[in-house]
Ligand binder design. Structure first.
Ligand SMILES: [Zn+2]
Ligand SMILES: [Zn+2]
Length: 135
């Protein structure tokens, strides 16, 4: 069992299993929703994900600037702004993509043995500033 929380700790969640995949996404949306050059997303079965939101802070932001052109719902804490999860298109009620950097506790155990891929890495070429290795 793994647990995590948003930046203000008002929303928390548990995960009953390790993720099946970790994806490093460097698209412009992920860059803007983080303060870094991308985001890490962990794919989980929706049944393994339990959200605790006693104050009802969860908000939905519909992202309309996706590369695919298809809108995507991003679930975030309306109090502190932390992105918490998205639902992969066509997999409502089945799969969720959690922001694993919200986990509290042993991140190494959570990540160990999980396949990792990276997408939209070409975006990083814009940020390879001379003499500064950003990634
Ligand atoms: Zn929060
Ligand atoms: Zn992205």
């Amino acid at each position: 069992m793994y647990s995590g929380s948003c930046g203000c700790r008002e929303i928390s969640f548990t995960l009953a299993a390790k993720p099946s995949k970790l994806t490093k996404c460097f698209c412009s949306d992920c860059r803007k929703f983080s303060s870094f050059f991308g985001q890490l997303a962990a794919l989980h079965q929706a049944a393994d994900f339990k959200l605790n939101d006693p104050k009802g802070y969860l908000k939905v932001h519909v992202v309309t600037t996706t590369r695919s052109g298809l809108p995507k719902r991003r679930f975030l804490c309306g109090n502190c702004g932390s992105s918490i999860y998205t639902i992969p298109r066509g997999h409502e009620g089945e799969l969720v993509r959690i922001r694993p950097t919200l986990l509290d506790g042993d991140f190494n155990d959570y990540m160990e043995g999980v396949p990792v891929n990276a997408i939209f890495t070409e975006e990083l070429e814009k940020f390879q500033v001379k003499d500064v290795k950003l990634i």
